[in-house]
Design a protein around this ligand. Sequence first.
Ligand SMILES: Cc1cc2nc3c(=O)[nH]c(=O)nc-3n(C[C@H](O)[C@H](O)[C@H](O)COP(=O)(O)O)c2cc1C
Length: 416
Amino acid sequence: MQQFQQKTDITIKNSFLQTQFIDWRTQPKSFKTYPKFFRRYHLDEFEELKFIKDFGKITDKKVYGNEEVVLRVTPSAGGLYPCEIYIQIRGIKNLLSGVYHYEPLNDSLTLIHELSNDGLEYYFETDSKKFIFLISNVYFRTSWKYENRAIRYLLLDTGHQLGAICSALKKEAIPFDFSFNFNKKRLNEAFGFEEQEFFQGAILVDNGKDTKYQNLRERLVTVSSTDYFIKNPFLEEFSKLLENLIFDEIKPLHLLDDMDKKCIQRSIDKRRSIRAFEKKPITKEEFDFLTKDIFERSKSLGIEVFFINNNVKNLELGVYKNVNLISKGDFKGLSTRLAFNQKLGESSCFTLIFTSKKESNLFQDYIISGFLAHIINLRATSLDIGCSGIGAFFDDECQRNLKTTNNILYLQAVGR
Ligand SMILES: Cc1cc2nc3c(=O)[nH]c(=O)nc-3n(C[C@H](O)[C@H](O)[C@H](O)COP(=O)(O)O)c2cc1C
């Protein structure tokens, strides 16, 4: 696994070679759409299912020249949105029990398979579930721009997507379990992905029934998730490895328990990535609220979080490992340098750096880092504090300055 980290690092040396020009006109389509003749249901027709809109709905629009770009509930590296969501639903009145594809563009579900004595539970080796939410990656959407480094962004985007699903479920007080160890290989085949798309993770909601189901009785129709496709052997190798990897079990994390339904909904609807900070400070109380339980939980999940304090009042300036100050001083310049010279680094109140030990489960650590970053993003939004994920950073400079051999996974700038 470690080779996937090494082969995708950005170092001072190799950054000079990365001068590729991006022609945005060639960006592949970022929405998968099943043909018109598939049966569709608008989520507004089902009170019990409206929360699904919070997984990926459009929350803003931007115009660049003649192009209109839509922004969603989830952030995404480069705004490329590689995640698709499939949902198996049982026992909702006036809705066929089936496997659906979620379409964020029109807040609807497309029925792609009607269930009888078969079900996705078979691939999870579990009994009947009310909902199975599955996240896939359409890798070319991201490799189109980021080439091999796309593997990192796919994992981080998946973590954010999990965060968005969990926050919507939390808001509705629906208990759930994470699942990463299902039969991904067989499911990828059953969904007709043809190696262009692959499953990463799932969230299960129980229905208290112990019925067992057969494997899907037919292979689902193959529908292309982009308008064109360029194969990438490195990404294919990555997806094959993912199919066979055993992840650690993750228990529900209870990270939004102190926010009520209205507050979570407001954060979901208003979350954005900040483009520039005004360099105003935040208080220590705000810092504590933003990072509540994050250091503790991440440690228990094998993630080591460092942060650089640039502008939190009543907290000593410097570099911290978890909550311990390891280097005193003003490190604003360093924050920017580490963040691939992006000003977000130094103008933030603090910049988090998610890392994990070399021997740990690298891919899962990326997903968890994206997930935790998403929770922080929602918490920050509730205080009208800005936030942005930073996927472009110097791996070697981060390691050197943090005096760690850990893999560097993700940076997150937070401030106002
Ligand atoms: C994994 C990941 C990496 C990102 N890296 C950067 C980055 O290096 N610099 C930056 O300015 N924004 C970065 N972003 C923010 C995206 O550009 C942003 O999410 C996207 O444009 C959509 O905008 P929104 O988050 O406001 O909805 C990143 C986001 C994610 C999820």
